[in-house]
Design a protein around this ligand. Structure first.
Ligand code: OFO
Length: 167
């Protein structure tokens, strides 16, 4: 079944958003590396790789459906973070923004009776729950310790240990 044109445009736009997300997390990893927060740098770099995978899954899906992939220009992320908490807050804001688009795509697929796309998008709906949880729980911890930099350093150390298992 051919994909509705609006749905196809939206999937292509989502591919771009996933690549943008990868760019954003690589930028964040650079910021954390520059301030010597190795744990946060590893976590965000690993997350950038996950975002590339999200883009690739959508790309492969369009190929499988014999639909046209359009790769658009990737916007440069805004990198004016003033401290680690500010950066993680912007990660959470970004994930909430992406969740809104994923939900819209899922709803549109359902309304246009594209059941294959609807089922495919379920994976992204669930993934967004995990993505928001990851940054929300981190942010809660960071807000809890507030400006106590030694505690932020401890969180960074923990993240460094955890992300060594992921790589
Ligand atoms: Fe692709 O989930 Fe985050 O942005």
């Amino acid at each position: 079944m051919k994909m509705d044109n609006t749905l196809l445009e939206d999937v292509n736009a989502q591919i771009n958003r996933e690549f943008y997300a990868a760019y954003l997390y690589f930028a964040m990893a650079t910021y954390f590396a520059e301030i010597n927060m190795e744990g946060f740098a590893k976590l965000t770099k690993n997350h950038a790789k996950e975002e590339l995978n999200h883009a690739k899954k959508l790309y492969d899906y369009l190929i499988l459906r014999n639909e046209k992939v359009n790769l658009f220009q990737i916007e440069a992320p805004d990198t004016g973070w003033t401290n680690p908490t500010d950066a993680i807050q912007s990660a959470l804001d970004h994930e909430r923004f992406v969740t809104g688009h994923i939900h819209k795509l899922y709803k549109d697929a359902k309304e246009k009776n594209d059941f294959a796309l609807e089922v495919f998008m379920q994976w992204y709906v669930s993934e967004q729950v995990e993505e928001e949880h990851l940054f929300q729980s981190m942010l809660d911890k960071m807000n809890y310790v507030q400006d106590c930099s030694c505690e932020i350093v401890n969180i960074d150390r923990e993240l460094k240990i955890q992300s060594e298992y992921v790589e």
